[in-house]
Design a binder for this molecule. Structure first.
Ligand code: ASP
Length: 382
């Protein structure tokens, strides 16, 4: 890779910025060395820079998370999410500008543990507006990893575009040793700029993998290899910006989705209750008392729970609350009527959806009256 004078200048500017925070001369040398090494480390397989007019416009919608996180130490302890603004995030990966003309917008500045229905609705509306702009080729959304799968799945159901919409995040903050954010961002831009990503629904690019929104889940609290799509596997890979798709996402999404957030101001309350040995029905009763319109049980095994929890859930279903059996297990489907009489008790089986995603689908399903059979159909199709 060629390192231009401009790039070296930028590296030094970034280094000086970091140094002000670190406030030691020793740190200057370490940071400059690390950044220069990082610049040289991009191998020759990086896609060649396209001519200016050939590069698509990719809009970066930033929401915060560890990818925008920073801390005083170079290990990932004591850092704060959402410290880097979108422009600083874009500038910290200068190679991404060789793949696309990047424009940044800050939609939120939160750790994704604080994600809300309101931010989901705002973000989804913004994606729909940005994607409708004929100048725009694709969208990258930077996001915390904790609830990334929920946001990706929500958007997959409600955004109406065939243009690439790609979420990415990082397990290590920008100031940590071997931060994974810059390469994840670079690869996300590569996918968002790729014609092959059109019509594939909302994608998540992380740790060189391309996941579909319905399949992926976070499986490690700290590892860089945190995300997996346990049942379906990756839809593709992206290696230093080289994009390859293996298959198309199987579930209905985006332009083929029947869901719309037009005119939707709020989403119905749906609670998740986790099953465990010795579970009582008390938390299910509490969810009913708090006005939940839907309850998802993250059951043991194939969506199971104790007899008393089953009785509480059956009472809830009899009151018109939509009750979905999902699982607390990381992989596998929850099938209808396997050990639990879903037909007799009026339950829905979550099929492939884990409990957080079952909650997202149920919130959208409850936006209008539906029969139990229709809601079960949604869990099979999405
Ligand atoms: N708590 C952070 C978040 O989800 C963790 C991360 O981004 O990896 O925003």
């Amino acid at each position: 890779m060629r390192v231009t004078r401009h790039a070296i200048h930028a590296i030094h500017v970034r280094a000086v910025h970091h140094v002000k925070a670190a406030q030691t001369v020793h740190a200057v040398h370490l940071v400059v060395a690390a950044l220069v090494l990082a610049a040289f480390a991009v191998p020759a397989t990086t896609p060649a820079a396209a001519a200016d007019e050939d590069r698509p416009v990719v809009v970066v919608l930033a929401t915060g998370g560890t990818i925008a996180g920073a801390g005083a130490s170079d290990v990932a302890s004591g850092y704060q999410s959402a410290r880097l603004a979108v422009d600083a995030l874009i500038e910290s990966v200068p190679d991404a500008a060789k793949l696309a003309r990047l424009r940044g917008e800050q939609v939120a500045s939160i750790g994704s543990q604080d994600m809300t229905d309101e931010v989901w609705l705002t973000l989804a509306r913004r994606v729909n507006v940005v994607a409708a702009n004929p100048e725009v080729g694709g969208i990258v959304i930077t996001h915390g990893t904790d609830t990334l799968e929920e946001t990706a799945y929500f958007l997959n159901l409600v955004v109406k575009t065939r243009k690439p919409v790609v979420l990415t995040g990082a397990m290590r903050p920008s100031t940590a040793l071997s931060a994974d954010g810059p390469l994840n961002f670079f690869n996300a831009v590569a996918v968002a700029a790729s014609p092959a990503a059109a019509g594939q629904g909302v994608l998540v690019v992380i740790n060189d993998g391309i996941h579909d929104a319905a399949s992926l889940t976070k499986t490690s609290t700290t590892a860089v290899e945190a995300f997996r799509s346990p049942l379906r596997g990756l839809v593709g890979s992206v290696t230093w910006g080289a994009v390859e798709f293996f298959r198309a996402p199987p579930q209905r999404h985006t332009t083929a989705s029947e869901f719309s957030i037009d005119g939707v101001e709020a989403l119905p309350r749906v609670e998740i209750v986790m099953a465990h040995a010795g579970m009582t029905g008390d938390l299910i009763d509490a969810a009913v008392g708090l006005g939940a319109r839907g309850i998802v049980v993250a059951g043991v095994g194939n969506g199971n729970m104790t007899a008393s929890a089953l009785e509480a859930l059956t009472r809830a279903a009899a009151r018109g609350i939509v009750c979905v059996r999902s699982t607390r297990v990381a992989s596998g489907e929850v099938g209808r009527n396997v050990e639990v009489d879903d037909d007799g008790r009026g339950f829905i089986a979550s099929d492939e959806l884990n409990a957080p995603k079952a909650r997202v689908l149920l919130k959208l399903a409850l936006l209008r009256p539906r029969s139990a059979a229709d809601i079960q159909r949604l869990f099979h199709e999405y």
